[in-house]
Design a protein around this ligand. Structure first.
Ligand code: ADP
Ligand code: MG
Length: 720
């Protein structure tokens, strides 16, 4: 094994430079050239057809068969002119990642290339091996994919990819996109009705998302020489390097050349696909980086994020690099997240989370702002459930990412505004009085614009004109957190609308009715507001006093999905029925069990077959040495002590590996999925992982570097 490590290091040292094809054209000239969206349809379709398509998309309506035929024909001509030979429905099953099944345009029966509207609109992939959480038994779990015209088609390789939803024949959703689309529709409807209190011209509200994506990059040969990274995406062993991130010198430092080339390369590919990448920089940990696009409509932004991860994976191969999206690839160093920047914007161009320069519009802003905080307060546990994953468990609350406690940071200025509103809400408005001034909300923009206070320790932070949900894991699909966030917002907005309407019916002046409900919300949601250090021990205690949950493991963190309150919420808006929620949780738990199982196996395998034999053979060398010293009459206590120390760690590994394996056998027999998941969480992961790891990492420090079989952290993180 040590040979594998040194071979990998040799490969790294003799790497030839990779050339990147940088187009001579400006980005604006090739941006989106491989995507087929509204712009391309405008030039490819007859005006009447284009009008039908764009109307249907705008109003979430069905596209009729003739129109679909025209779109299919135009898409086929466009794709073939770019060398595409196949098409596929591209969807996001519950396993995570994306799925596709390719069909050729060429039809062997007629001998020509064909692509019918019906093939664009609907396909029937063999769905039997995608998880359905027991909704239907596997052999009959047939589903179909249906075109999502709100996300652009694109060419990937030689294939035209068509974004689709994935549903079963009985109508249950089997993917992450269907519920997201429904939640976006719900928030549009609810937000529009609330906006109507202020402005009759608002007839649509769109949710926007900008995903900041964090990731690690390591050399491919070194990656391949670490079976744990290959199998699980994270290192189960590895002693912290002498130099970690304590110097803080990586953050915003110069990007290393090899990685820089890789970034350029995947940026170009992404731009061609219409992914609006904007920002790149180093992150806190060595070899950790971030890429961020310009925000887009949530659905498109999320599809683009999923596609981006795929592009990055594929492009990294060309550079002999490997990109790691795992939430915690390296112990002791920062993990990676996918910060979801979220806002709601009206068809009239108003960002509802942006304070305005007029007092009247500030009441609109406050309505959405306070309602968002109230929604988070109301459904804090569900929001945390939406981002729970096996990988994220390692990251949350590890003094580098927000804790597993939900809270909202709004900044001192907004706190003052809310406090003021809460206190002074009972103002009497005399004739000619400026109500807004009395309420202290006439001057929000001035104070907010220079209010640059940031809080990196909060899971949900207001950043001036948007909320940043920072708890999402780096490998996750943002569809689920975005479904929950937009849905709870929709629900709270409807509640707001009802409450205000009731007051108005009673004869209360509209603005005062609005202020009245907002004051109530501010009072009720206070406990979710926290401005301090989210990483501190003090906050954990304080949060407990406030009654906020702090659930640190995924099998329990997803339970709030099954609460009566959540089920009613999902059913009220026709997102999921109870059966679907249960099925989804079941799939998540199964996934969790498998992940921990694989990690446990790889740990046993590496410890038993690689680490222990290496330690024993090194120990034998020491024994020879100790005997030699003794023969010469030289004091050998130092060597003997090391021999004993090594024995201790070997014994500890053997004992814990055996116990963990026995424990797994016991847990595997448990029939209830949730109990099995709890078992894997409490009795495998919590109980044995760190014990085994500690012994292995100690041996790494004792055993001769020449003999050590696993590529070390310092090599993975600092050598390029
Ligand atoms: P930061 O300083 O937190 O990195 P940025 O301004 O760079 O903030 O924004 C980060 C992400 O937020 C980007 O993807 C950006 O496009 C997105 N973003 C900016 N404004 C909005 C908005 N109104 N709605 C949603 N996302 C937004
Ligand atoms: Mg940010």
């Amino acid at each position: 094994m040590a040979t594998l490590r040194f071979k990998a290091l040799n490969t790294l040292n003799s790497r030839a430079k990779v050339q990147v094809d940088i187009p001579s054209a400006k980005v604006s000239e090739f941006f989106g050239e491989d995507s087929f969206g509204m712009k391309q349809m405008l030039s490819a379709l007859a005006p009447a057809v284009y009008k039908k398509v764009s109307e249907a998309i705008k109003n979430h309506e069905k596209i009729d068969p003739e129109t679909a035929d025209s779109v299919a024909s135009a898409a086929k001509s466009w794709a073939m002119s770019k060398g595409a030979t196949h098409f596929t429905h591209w969807f996001q099953p519950l396993t995570g990642g994306t799925a596709e099944k390719h069909d050729s345009f060429f039809d062997p029966i007629s001998g020509i290339e064909k692509f019918k509207g019906s093939e664009l609109v609907q396909q029937e992939p063999d769905a039997s091996s995608f998880p359905s959480g027991g909704i239907r038994s596997t052999f009959e779990a047939r589903g179909y994919t249906a075109w999502d015209p709100t996300s652009d088609m694109f060419i990937y390789g030689k294939t035209l990819c068509i974004p689709t939803v994935f549903v079963s024949y009985t109508g249950e959703t089997l993917d992450t996109k269907s519920p997201l689309l429904k939640a976006l529709k719900a928030v549009d409807k609810a937000a529009t009705s609330v906006c109507q209190f202020f402005d009759k011209d608002v007839n649509k509200v769109v949710a926007f998302l900008g995903c900041e994506q964090e990731y690690f990059v390591v050399d491919r040969a070194l990656f391949m020489a670490r079976p744990d990274l290959v199998m699980t995406g994270r290192s189960v062993f590895g002693h912290a390097p002498a130099r970690g991130q304590q110097l803080d010198d990586h953050y915003f430092g110069a990007i290393p050349t090899r990685v820089y080339k890789f970034m350029k390369d995947f940026e170009i590919e992404s731009w061609k696909l219409g992914i609006p990448l904007r920002t790149r920089h180093n992150e806190v940990a060595p070899s950790q980086f971030e890429v961020a696009p310009l925000f887009e409509e949530v659905n498109a932004a999320n599809d683009h994020n999923q596609l981006l991860m795929d592009v990055m994976n594929r492009v990294s191969e060309r550079h002999n690099l490997k990109v790691l999206f795992h939430e915690k690839p390296f112990a002791g160093l920062n993990g990676s997240g996918k910060h979801n920047n979220w806002s709601l914007i009206t068809n009239t161009g108003v960002n509802l989370f942006a304070p305005s320069s007029t007092a009247k519009d500030n009441l609109l802003f406050l309505t959405f702002f306070v309602t968002a905080i109230k929604a988070i307060h109301e459904y804090a546990d569900l929001v945390m459930a939406s981002i729970a994953s096996a990988g994220n468990d390692f990251r949350l609350g590890a003094n580098e990412a927000p804790p597993a406690i939900m809270s909202a940071f709004i900044g001192k200025q907004m706190n003052d505004v809310l406090d003021e509103l809460e206190k002074n809400g009972n103002v009497k408005i005399e004739k000619g009085d400026n109500m807004y001034m009395k309420l202290g909300i006439d001057q929000i923009p001035e104070i907010i614009l220079d209010a640059t206070d940031r809080n990196r320790t909060s899971p949900f932070a207001f950043t001036g004109n948007k909320f940043e949900f920072r708890a999402v894991g780096s490998s996750d699909n943002s569809a689920t957190p975005m479904t929950v966030l937009n849905l709870i917002m929709a629900d709270q907005l409807l509640d707001f609308h009802t409450a205000v309407s009731k007051e108005i019916e009673k004869g209360v002046e509209k603005r005062m009715a609005i202020v009245g409900v907002l004051r109530k919300y501010i009072k009720e949601s206070k406990s979710i507001r926290f401005e301090g250090d989210g990483y501190s021990e003090g906050w954990v205690k304080e949060a407990e006093k406030r009654g906020l949950s702090n659930i640190k493991n995924m099998p329990r963190a997803i339970e709030p999905f099954l609460s009566k309150k959540s089920i009613e919420l999902f059913e009220r808006h026709s997102i999921f029925n109870k059966k679907e929620i249960e099925a989804r949780n079941e799939i998540k738990l199964e996934g969790y069990i498998k992940k921990v199982q694989i990690e446990a196996r790889i740990m046993c395998d590496l410890a038993t077959n690689h680490i222990v034999p290496t330690a024993i053979s090194y120990q034998n060398k020491l024994i020879t040495n100790a005997n030699g010293l003794k023969g010469l009459g030289i004091d050998n206590t130092g060597v003997v002590a090391t021999i004993k120390e090594i024995s201790g760690y070997i014994d500890s590994i053997k004992e814990n590996v055996t116990k963990m394996t026995d424990e797994r056998r016991r847990i595997n027999k448990i029939s209830e999925t949730d109990k099995r998941a709890f078992g894997y969480c409490d009795d495998i992961r919590e109980k044995y992982f760190s014990k085994i790891r500690r012994a292995v990492d100690k041996l790494e420090l004792l055993v001769d570097d020449e003999d050590w079989p696993l590529v070390k952290y310092r090599e993975l993180l600092f050598l390029r």
